[in-house]
Every structure is written in C-alpha cells, then in structure tokens.
Design a protein around this ligand. Structure first.
Ligand SMILES: [Zn+2]
Ligand SMILES: [Zn+2]
Length: 232
C-alpha cells in the first residue's frame, strides 16, 4: 500500500507555481489552490486501480469485491472531490474502501505538490489553523514534549506546530465543551469540541510511522465523531 502511494507520488506531475506559493505562505496566505492542483494531475482512475490492487494484496479487500468495485459505475473524481469537500465516511464497507482508495490517490497528489513547495516536512512560523500549503484542516495532532502539538494536514500531510491546547477553531480549553475519549486499542484520543463541532485525533509523536497507516487504523474514530455531527 505504501509502495503504491510512493509510486503515485513519484509519477504524478502536479502543476504548482512554487515561487508564487512560497511568497503567499510568507505573507500568511495558503500556498496553492488544492482543487486546481488535483485536477492538474489528470485522470485518477489508473492510480485508483493500482491502490485497489494494493488493498487486495494487503488483505483489506477481497478479489471479488475489488472486481465488483471496478465494474460498478464508480466515479473516482467524485470520490476525490467528496473527500475534499468534507463528505462523511460511508458506513457501507465497500464504499468506504473505495473512498479510502480515492483518498490515498488524492493525498499522494497533494503531498507531492506540497513537497515541491517545501521539502522539509514541518513548517515553521505558521500560526493559522489551516494547512499553509493546501488550506486543508488538520485531522491528526501529535503531542510533543512540552506543551506543543504538531498538526498534520488531512489532505497533504504537511505539518506545523501550535502552542494552543484544546480546540483550534474556537480556542476553548474547558471541559465539558472539549470532550476527550481515549481509545487504548489504537493509541489515540478523540478530541471533540462541542462548541464549534470540530474534532481531532491526538496521540504522542513517538512511534508514528506513516499517516496512511495511522488513518487506516483510526477510521472508527472518524465514524464516531461524524456520528455526533462533528467534522475535522
Ligand atoms: Zn495540506
Ligand atoms: Zn471549538
């Protein structure tokens, strides 16, 4: 699965005006228009097929389900733009896996674009809630030593630090407006703000491997938060 993602990242050619993006970020604006960059990568279908193959090899999907997904009238563009506009995780397992495959493709495209803008993975001096590169919201927060947290963009995996605790949107730190549910099995806290309706998945940084894997392991947390009407 990681190999499929790395191949897509190596092969896709997102169109990004790197200097323009860097200048915008220096002045506190989001670097590039993510939807336009996604479209510049062309037809996602061949990549999507490759990710489904990888899912089958990894045991996430049976051969039969993979075939029926490919034969169904699946619109991968729709799946990618649905992910983009923040639609909900489908409860139907086969639709959920199709959406996950589309996310792997979209993430590989945008990650590759963001790496063109800044090869180092962590942005310094960025203080907004949204990603400096693509404007996406973070879905994962990694607790560092001290009080800082590193935020990870749900779309492109860019990372930046924040000194703020609690909700990033409304800055509330008080319980019970902020509800924290610890899931020992996956090693994450689901941190939800009942004030503005946003959530994050939070864990200590140590032992982190790949965000693709982390997200695949924590889909249940997204479902639980979305079920409460929350979004990232
Ligand atoms: Zn981003
Ligand atoms: Zn809030």
């Amino acid at each position: 699965m990681l190999r499929a993602r790395d191949e897509i990242r190596a092969e896709c050619q997102p169109l990004v005006d790197v200097e323009h993006a860097q200048a915008r970020i220096r002045s506190g604006q989001v670097g590039y228009d993510a939807l336009r960059v996604l479209r510049s990568c062309g037809d996602p279908m061949p990549y999507f097929t490759r990710v489904l193959d990888a899912f089958e090899v990894a045991g996430f999907l049976s051969n039969e389900d993979r075939r029926s997904l490919l034969q169904s009238e699946l619109d991968v563009d729709d799946l990618v733009s649905g992910w983009f506009t923040g639609d909900r995780t489908p409860r139907d397992p086969s639709r959920r896996i199709a959406r996950q495959a589309a996310i792997v493709v979209g993430n590989a495209f945008l990650r590759s674009a963001s790496a063109m803008v800044e090869p180092a993975s962590i942005w310094r001096g960025w203080t907004r809630i949204v990603c400096p590169c693509c404007g996406g919201f973070p879905d994962i927060a990694l607790r560092e030593r001290g009080a800082q947290r590193t935020l990870v963009c749900a779309r492109c995996d860019a990372q930046w630090r924040t000194p703020h605790q609690g909700c990033l949107s409304c800055r509330t730190v008080d319980e019970p407006t902020i509800a924290r549910i610890t899931n020992v099995e996956v090693g994450y806290d689901l941190v939800m703000c009942n004030g503005c309706g946003r959530f994050l998945k939070e864990r200590p940084r140590r032992g982190i491997e790949s965000f693709i894997v982390e997200r695949a392991l924590t889909t249940e947390l997204d479902l639980a938060a979305e079920h409460r009407g929350l979004r990232i």
